[in-house]
Design a binder for this molecule. Structure first.
Ligand SMILES: Nc1nc2c(c(=O)[nH]1)N(C=O)[C@@H](CNc1ccc(C(=O)N[C@@H](CCC(=O)O)C(=O)O)cc1)CN2
Ligand SMILES: Nc1ncnc2c1ncn2[C@@H]1O[C@H](COP(=O)(O)OP(=O)(O)OP(=O)(O)O)[C@@H](O)[C@H]1O
Length: 192
């Protein structure tokens, strides 16, 4: 199956999931992330706001904020097309909707943090395989914005977040793909 058909299939399945199952999976995601000592120790964590049926990290965001951690969200860069910035989420953060209808902190008002200085980045994904390859929505945003992690130096831990059913046997690995360090689902925490 090609990437575009695979995206359609899994995105449809994700959107059809009943609300009760979504909520249960969202709680299980928090439990699975708590398996990771690096996640528990992280001071700064980037997450996302669920869109298109994605597993919902809202309980994870609440938990981090209660534990006094810094939470960041991705924002489409208004000038550098295809790039994400990471902006801090506070109680008073001014939010707006981006071109895909996803709520994000306002780029101009927000406090941006260079992704090199983020401890853990939780990435949304459409499909993953057992090697930790990731298939996203197809915009290449995370691949472009995290391309620096191919080089040496300080880098964030990259944890993909998904439903267990989003695993596929094998994804074609592209040169620009950023390999994930771990995947947290409703059922498991896999480390690579
Ligand atoms: N929750 C969440 N936030 C995120 C991402 C994500 O995957 N999930 N992104 C991860 O990169 C970035 C946004 N990327 C996205 C890329 C495509 C579509 C999307 O729905 N595309 C439509 C076509 C829309 C159009 O071109 O007008 C589609 O495929 O149906 C959404 C988000 C930043 N924020
Ligand atoms: N580092 C990069 N520099 C320039 N272009 C890139 C880079 N990474 C990815 N791209 C481009 O982005 C496009 C989309 O890539 P791909 O289909 O792998 O996205 P994705 O990982 O599914 O999406 P996303 O990261 O937004 O969730 C590709 O056509 C690719 O050429």
């Amino acid at each position: 199956m090609n990437k575009s058909d695979l995206r359609k299939l899994i995105r449809n399945k994700r959107r059809r999931l009943p609300l009760a199952e979504r909520r249960r999976a969202a709680r299980q995601l928090l439990c699975q992330l708590h398996q990771s000592s690096r996640f528990l120790a992280a001071r700064r964590v980037a997450l996302y706001l669920a869109n298109d049926g994605e597993i919902d990290p809202q309980f994870v965001i609440d938990d981090l904020q209660q534990r006094g951690k810094q939470v960041l969200l991705p924002v489409l860069h208004p000038l550098k097309s295809g790039q994400l910035s990471f902006v801090r989420l506070h109680k008073n953060t001014v939010m707006r909707r981006n071109r895909y209808g996803i709520s994000e902190p306002d780029f101009r008002h927000g406090q941006r943090v260079n992704p090199r200085f983020i401890s853990v980045i939780c990435l949304p994904l459409v499909a993953f395989d057992e090697q930790g390859n990731r298939l996203g929505m197809g915009g290449g945003y995370y691949d472009r914005s995290l391309a620096f992690s191919h080089q040496s130096g300080q880098k964030p831990d990259l944890i993909g977040c998904a439903y267990e059913f989003q695993q596929v046997p094998q994804l074609p690995a592209e040169a620009w793909d950023i390999p994930l360090h771990a995947i947290a689902t409703n059922g498991r925490f896999r480390q690579f």
